[in-house]
Design a protein around this ligand. Structure first.
Ligand code: PLP
Length: 520
C-alpha cells in the first residue's frame, strides 16, 4: 500500500508549547502573578537555544520532520518515519545532513565546540558521541608514539587500557594511596608521579583519573607542575567531573588545575544524552592537528546530532545555570550524607579528599550486603550506579532535586535496616588492590597468539584478555599482565557475590585466555 502523508508522520510531535496558567491557587488563596513569563517551549524549557547552535539546529530539524516537511534522501534509514520500528527513532537527527547540510555541518559543530572550549578555558574541544571511552582512546592516540612509555594510574578505566593498545604505549603504573578504613582508593600522590617521571624520563605524558570512581580527588595542580617540569603534558580522565569548577564550593576542573587535556562524560554529571562526552585540551604541549586526527580516527563518521545537540544544550545550561544547579546538588548530597551518618554503622566518604557531590555509602559497619541493598533499590525503581558487598554508589546529579535525593536516602536507609547483620571489616575490591606485573606491553599481548586454559592452570601465565568487574570497569587482568592466584581469587569472589565480570571470554571464570607458549 502506498504511503500517505498521514502515515509518514504518524506519531509525529505536535508543536509543544504550553502556557503557564495565569492564576495559581496557593493555600486556597488566589494569587495573581504580576510578572508571568511568556509561553514556555516545552522542547526548550529553559530557553537555551539562543546560546546553543546545535540544539537550535536540532529543534528546527526535528520540528520540520514532525510536520512532515522532509523527504530525506539520505541516511538515517528510518527516514524520520515512526511507522516501521516505532518511536524508538524519534528525535534522531544526523549531524551531517540533519542539523545542517553535509557540506556545512562541520561549521555548526565547530561553533558549538568553540563555545564549550571557551567555557572550560580550553583552546581545543570536540564533542564525542561515543563516551569518555572514545575520548580516552583519542587522547591516548594523541600523546605519544608506539613503544613510548606513559605514566598511568592503575585504577584506570578499561577504555584507557584499550587506548594504550591502540596507541602502542607502554604503561608505567602509578598506584593510588589506599584508605584502610573504607577499603577504597584515595588519590595518586604527586611524589609517586614524580618518582615515576624520574625513573622513566622518556615517558610521553602523565595520564590520571580524577576524580576516581569513588570520588576521591588529589592534587591535580601538583601533578600538572610535576608533569610540566618533566616536559610532558598532564592528561586527565575526568569522566565523572563535567560539573567541577562551576560552583565556588566545588574543586576546579582539571584544565583549571593545570592539566593539558581532559575527557569528561556529558551524560554522567550533566543532563545530556547517553554517550555524550567532551574532549578538551590546551595546546601548549599538545598538537591540535594531532588531537583532531586521533579524535577522528576513532569516532564514527555518522555522529547523531541528537547527542551532539544535547551536549551543546548541557554546556549552555552549565554556563547559565550551573552555579545554581551545582548549589542544589551540593545541598542535596550534604543533606544525604548527614542523614546517612545518623544510621548506626553506616558511613559515607567525606572530607577534603572527596568530591563533595559524590555519594559513596559504606555498609560494612551495618553488616548489610550491598548486593541485597541494591536489589531492594532496584525493586523500588531506584537503581544505583554501583554496589558491591561493602559499598553502594548512587549517582546524584544536577538533574536531581532535593526531595528526590531525600526520598532516595530514606529508601536506602530502609533497605539497609532490612538487611542489617553483624558488622564486618570492609574488604577492598579486586579493582582497587591489583598489583600488576607487566610481562608484555598491552599492544603486544593483545595481538599475540592466545589459548584458552582452565583458570587454575592460567596462574603464572600471561593474560591475553582484559577482565574487569563492572562497574567500576578497572581491569583486574589486563593483556600482558601476569595472572596471579590472588587476583583470580578476588575476581571469583566478585562473581560469587553477584558482581558482573565484564569482557572475559568466559565470564564464569572457569577458563582464561592466556598468551600461547612459543613452542605451541
Ligand atoms: C573513569 C571512567 N573513565 C571513562 C569511562 C567511560 O565513560 P563512557 O561510559 O562515557 O564511555 C568511565 C565509565 O564509567 C569511567 O568510570
Amino acid at each position: 500500500m502506498p504511503d500517505t502523508p498521514d502515515k509518514r508522520t504518524s506519531g509525529r510531535r505536535r508543536r509543544h508549547r504550553s502556557v503557564i496558567p495565569l492564576v495559581l491557587v496557593m493555600h486556597t488563596r488566589r494569587v495573581t502573578l504580576q510578572e508571568m513569563p511568556g509561553p514556555v517551549d516545552t522542547r526548550d524549557p529553559r530557553g537555551l537555544r539562543s546560546d546553543a547552535p546545535l540544539l537550535d539546529a536540532w529543534l528546527r530539524f526535528t520540528e520540520r520532520a514532525a510536520a512532515g516537511e522532509l523527504t530525506p534522501m539520505s541516511v538515517p534509514g528510518h527516514k524520520q518515519r515512526q511507522d516501521l520500528v516505532g518511536p524508538v527513532v524519534a528525535g534522531d537527527a544526523p549531524l551531517y545532513g540533519g542539523l545542517d547540510t553535509i557540506k556545512h555541518a562541520d561549521v555548526l559543530r565547530a561553533e558549538g565546540e568553540a563555545r564549550a572550549a571557551r567555557l572550560w578555558g580550553a583552546d581545543w574541544c570536540r564533542f564525542s558521541v561515543a563516551g569518555s571511552t572514545h575520548g580516552n582512546q583519542a587522547l591516548a592516540l594523541a600523546v605519544g608514539s608506539p613503544g613510548q612509555e606513559i605514566i598511568v594510574t592503575r585504577i584506570l578505566h578499561r577504555s584507557l587500557l584499550l587506548g594504550l593498545v591502540l596507541a602502542g604505549l607502554r604503561p608505567v603504573w602509578v598506584r593510588p594511596e589506599m584508605d584502610p578504613a573504607s577499603g577504597l582508593p584515595g588519590a595518586v600522590a604527586v611524589d609517586t608521579v614524580r618518582a615515576a617521571l624520574r625513573a622513566h624520563p622518556r615517558a610521553c605524558a602523565v595520564y590520571l583519573g580524577e576524580p576516581s570512581y569513588v570520588g576521591t580527588i588529589g592534587d591535580l595542580a601538583g601533578h600538572a607542575t610535576a608533569a610540566h617540569e618533566a616536559g610532558v603534558p598532564l592528561v586527565v580522565d575526568a569522566a565523572w567531573a563535567a560539573h567541577l569548577g562551576f560552583h565556588p564550593d566545588l574543586p576546579p576542573h582539571a584544565l583549571a588545575a593545570g592539566a593539558d587535556a581532559m575527557v569528561t562524560s556529558a551524560h554522567k554529571a550533566l543532563p545530556a544524552y547517553t554517550q555524550g562526552a567532551l574532549v578538551l585540551a590546551r595546546t601548549e604541549r599538545l598538537d591540535p592537528a594531532r588531537l583532531d586526527r586521533a579524535f577522528d580516527a576513532t569516532h564514527t563518521t555518522s555522529p547523531t546530532g541528537s547527542i551532539m545537540a544535547s551536549i551543546d544544550a548541557a554546556r549552555a545550561l552549565l554556563a547559565r545555570d550551573g552555579k545554581d544547579l551545582c548549589g542544589r546538588l551540593l545541598r542535596s548530597v550534604a543533606a544525604a550524607r548527614q542523614r546517612l551518618r545518623q544510621v548506626p554503622g553506616l558511613g559515607v566518604l567525606d572530607g577534603p579528599g572527596v568530591e563533595p557531590t559524590k555519594l559513596v555509602v559504606l555498609l560494612a559497619g551495618t553488616g548489610a550486603h550491598g548486593i541485597a541493598v541494591e536489589a531492594d533499590l532496584i525493586a523500588a525503581g531506584m537503581p544505583v550506579e554501583m554496589a558491591d558487598r561493602d559499598t553502594v554508589v548512587p549517582i546524584v546529579a544536577m538533574a536531581d532535586d532535593e526531595d528526590h535525593v531525600a526520598a532516595f536516602t530514606e529508601t536506602l536507609v530502609a533497605a539497609v535496616e532490612r538487611h542489617r547483620g553483624p558488622p564486618r571489616h570492609p574488604a577492598p575490591a579486586a579493582a582497587w588492590t591489583v598489583v600488576p606485573e607487566t610481562i608484555l606491553a598491552p599492544r603486544d599481548a593483545f595481538f599475540a597468539p592466545a589459548e584458552t586454559v582452565p583458570a587454575d592452570a592460567a596462574v603464572g601465565r600471561v593474560s591475553a584478555e582484559l577482565i574487569a568487574p563492572y562497574p567500576p570497569g578497572v581491569p583486574v587482568f589486563a593483556p600482558g599482565e601476569l595472572i596471579t592466584a590472588e587476583a583470580l581469587h578476588a575476581l571469583r569472589e566478585v562473581r560469587a557475590d553477584g558482581g558482573r565480570i565484564a569482557y572475559a571470554a568466559d565470564p564464569t571464570l572457569a577458563t582464561l585466555q592466556v598468551i600461547a607458549r612459543p613452542d605451541r
